[in-house]
Design a protein around this ligand. Structure first.
Ligand code: MLC
Ligand code: AMP
Length: 509
C-alpha cells in the first residue's frame, strides 16, 4: 500500500509524511515491548483507517478528538488519523483525575473521547460526544471501530493557520488553558529541529517520553516522522531498558530525570557508542549533570528550551559549544528577546528580564480565552513566556527563574495555586502555601505548608488522603508541614522564598 500521495493539501500531514514518501518498507517503529515492528507504510495505512473510524464516530473537521490513554502505537495512530481528518487532537496526561478531566471536557467539548477502559465510566458521565476505549495493549472499543473502518483516506485539506492540536497547560490562576497550535506551528518546528539537530533517515531515536505533551509528541514524534527515521517506541521510561537498547540507537530525547537516572546505572560509555545526540529539555538540566554525563559517555548533552505554547524556542548548537546551564541560541526563524517585565523595554546583553518569543512556532492563543490571550502578547506580537533569563554577549540564552509561580517536577508543570485552593477548602485549614524545593530525582518536588484553624489539627496524612482523588499524583505534595503562620513580608505577601530556604532539604532523604 502506498499511502500519502495526496497529503499535500493537509499542511501538517504533508510534513509528517515528507521523510518517508517512497520508503513504505523502511522501519518506522520498533515496538520493543510487543516484539513487533512497523514500516512507514504500515503506520500511515493504520492512520488512514483510524481517520475513517474517527469520522464514522462523528469527528468532523475542526472537531476536538480528546485522548487520555496509555502510550501506544494506537494512540499515535489516533493523533495522525485526527490530523488527516482535519480534526483537532487534544491529548491529556494519563495521571489526571475525574475532577481535572471535568474541566477539560467541558472546555474543549470534544466530539469524541478515547480513554483507557478503566476510565470509561467516568468519561461517559462527563462527555456529551462519543466515547471509545483503548488499553495499553491496543484492545478496546477503538479497535472494534477500526476493524470496521475501510482502508485508505483522502486527507482533509487544512491550511497552515488551521488548528492541529490543543494542549492544556495550567496557569497561575489554577485553571488550565488550552493552547491552540496550528498546522504551521507544528510543521515549522518539526522541520527547523530536524535540520538544526541533523535528523536523517539513518537515525534511530529512543522514544521513552509520554506522547501527551509537547516534548514527546511535537519534538520527538514530529521530528522523527519528518526526518523519516526510526523510533524505538517504549511505553515509558525505564533506565535499564533504555540502557540495553542504546546500542541500537543514535539519538535520545529526555527530561533531566532521564539523565540522572541513567547516570546511576553505569555502563554508559559502551552503551552509548553508537549514539550521536542526547537532547534534554522541559526542565533545567543542572550544569553538574551535564558535566557528569560528558564524563560518563563522552557526549555533551544538547539542552534546548520550549513551552507548550511555543514548541521549541532555543537550542544549544549541534556543532559548537553546548554550554552547560544555558539553553543556547534562538532557533532559525525565531526571535527571542529579554525585556524589563514592567516597561517591556528590551534589555542589554547580560541583564535579567522576561523572556519573550516571536516566530512561526508561537501558538494562536488560548482556546476560548481571548482576554487571557491578549494579556500574554505584546502589541508587536511577542509572546510573554513567564520565564526570566538573560542573553549573553555571544548570544546564549540562560533561564534564571520564572515570574510565574510554577514548580517543574520531572518535566511536569505544577501550579501551586491549584493545590492551595484544594487544601484551603479542607476542614480545619485556614490557609496554605505550596512551593517547590530541590528533589534528588525530579529536580523539584512539591511541598505544602498548612496553617490550621485554632483547635483544629489537620495532620499531613489526612490532607494527603483528601488530595489523593482530586489531584494527579505528580502534583501531590511530597511533604506537608503544619505551621502556626505563614511567613509574610510587610505588605502581607506570603514569602515563598523563605519557605523554600527553610525547607530546602526536606525532600533529600
Ligand atoms: C511520577 N511521579 C512524579 C513524577 N512522575 N512525581 C513528581 N513529578 C513527576 N514528574 C510520582 C509517581 O506517581 C509515583 O508516586 C512516584 O512519583 C514515583 O514514580 P516513578 O515510577 O518513579 O515515576 P515514573 O513513572 O518513572 O515517571 C518519572 C518520569 C516521568 C520522569 C519518567 O515523570 C516522565 O516521563 N516525565 C516526563 C514529563 C514530560 O514529558 N514533560 C514534557 C512536558 S512538555 P507514588 O506515590 O505512587 O510513589 C514541556 C515543553 C518542553 O515542558 O520544553 O518540552
Ligand atoms: P510547559 O508549560 O509544560 O510546556 O513547560 C514550559 C516551561 O518549562 C517553560 O516555560 C520553562 O519554564 C520550562 N523549561 C522548558 N525547557 C527548559 C529548559 N531547558 N530549562 C529550564 N526550563 C525549561
Amino acid at each position: 500500500m502506498n499511502t500519502g500521495s495526496d497529503y499535500a493539501a493537509n499542511h501538517l500531514a504533508h510534513t509528517l509524511r515528507a521523510g518517508s514518501i517512497g520508503r513504505d518498507n523502511a522501519l518506522c517503529l520498533d515496538l520493543h515491548d510487543r516484539g513487533a515492528t512497523l514500516g512507514f507504510g504500515d503506520l500511515f495505512a493504520m492512520a488512514e483507517r483510524y481517520a475513517n473510524a474517527l469520522v464514522a464516530q462523528g469527528a468532523q473537521p475542526g472537531d476536538r478528538v480528546m485522548v487520555q490513554a496509555e502510550k501506544s502505537v494506537e494512540v499515535l495512530a489516533v493523533y495522525l488519523g485526527a490530523i488527516l481528518a482535519g480534526a483537532i487532537f487534544v491529548p491529556l496526561n494519563t495521571a489526571y483525575t475525574a475532577r481535572e478531566l471535568e474541566h477539560f471536557i467541558t472546555d474543549a467539548e470534544p466530539a469524541l473521547v478515547i480513554c483507557d477502559p478503566a476510565g470509561e465510566a467516568t468519561i461517559r458521565e462527563l462527555a456529551r460526544g462519543a466515547v471509545l476505549t483503548v488499553a495499553a495493549d491496543g484492545s478496546g472499543t477503538l479497535a472494534d471501530a477500526v476493524a470496521n473502518a475501510p482502508d485508505g483516506f483522502d486527507a482533509i485539506p487544512r491550511d497552515a493557520d488551521d488548528l492541529a492540536c490543543i494542549l492544556y497547560t495550567s496557569g497561575t490562576t489554577g485553571r488550565s488553558k488550552g493552547a491552540m497550535l496550528t498546522h504551521a506551528n507544528l510543521a515549522s518546528n518539526a522541520e527547523t529541529l530536524r535540520e538544526y539537530w541533523r535528523f536523517a533517515r539513518e537515525d534511530t531515536l529512543i522514544h521513552a517520553l509520554p506522547i501527551f505533551h509537547a516534548h514527546g509528541l511535537f519534538v520527538a514524534v514530529n521530528v522523527s516522522l519528518n526526518a523519516g527515521c526510526a523510533m524505538i517506541f517504549l511505553p515509558k521510561f525505564d533506565p535499564e531498558t533504555v540502557l540495553s537498547l542504546m546500542p541500537r540507537a543514535t539519538a535520545m530525547m529526555g527530561v533531566p530525570t532521564f539523565y540522572t537516572r541513567l547516570l546511576a546505572q553505569g555502563g554508559l560509555r559502551d552503551a552509548s557508542a553508537t549514539m550521536r545526540l542526547f537532547v534534554s529539555g522541559s526542565a533545567p538540566l543542572l550544569a553538574e549533570t551535564h558535566r557528569e554525563w560528558t564524563a560518563a559517555t563522552g557526549h555533551n548533552i544538547l539542552e534546548r528550551y520550549g513551552m507548550t505554547e511555543t514548541a521549541m524556542n532555543t537550542s544549544n548548537p549541534y556543532e559548537g559549544e553546548r554550554r552547560p546551564g544555558t539553553v543556547g541560541f534562538p532557533l532559525p526563524g525565531i526571535e527571542v528577546r529579554v525585556t524589563d517585565p514592567e516597561t517591556a523595554v528590551p534589555l542589554a546583553a547580560g541583564e535579567i528580564g522576561g523572556i519573550e518569543v516571536r516566530g512561526p512556532n508561537v501558538f494562536r492563543g488560548y482556546w476560548q480565552m481571548p482576554e487571557k490571550t491578549a494579556e500574554e502578547f505584546r502589541a508587536d506580537g511577542f509572546f510573554i513566556t513567564g520565564d526570566l533569563g538573560t542573553i549573553s554577549q555571544d548570544g546564549y540564552v540562560t533561564i534564571v527563574g520564572r515570574s510565574k509561580d510554577l514548580i517543574i517536577s520531572g518535566g511536569y508543570n505544577i501550579y501551586p495555586k491549584e493545590i492551595e485552593g484544594l487544601i484551603d477548602d479542607l476542614p480545619g485549614v485556614i490557609e496554605s502555601a505550596v512551593f517547590g524545593v530541590p528533589h534528588p530525582d525530579f529536580g523539584e518536588g512539591v511541598v505544602a505548608a498548612v496553617v490550621a484553624k485554632p483547635g483544629a489539627s489537620p495532620d499531613p496524612a489526612t490532607i494527603r488522603d483528601a488530595l489523593s482523588g482530586q489531584l494527579a499524583k505528580f502534583k501531590q505534595p511530597k511533604a506537608i508541614v503544619v505551621l502556626d503562620a505563614l511567613p509574610r513580608n510587610t505588605m502581607g505577601k506570603v514569602q515563598k522564598n523563605t519557605l523554600r530556604e527553610t525547607y530546602a532539604t526536606i525532600l533529600n532523604g
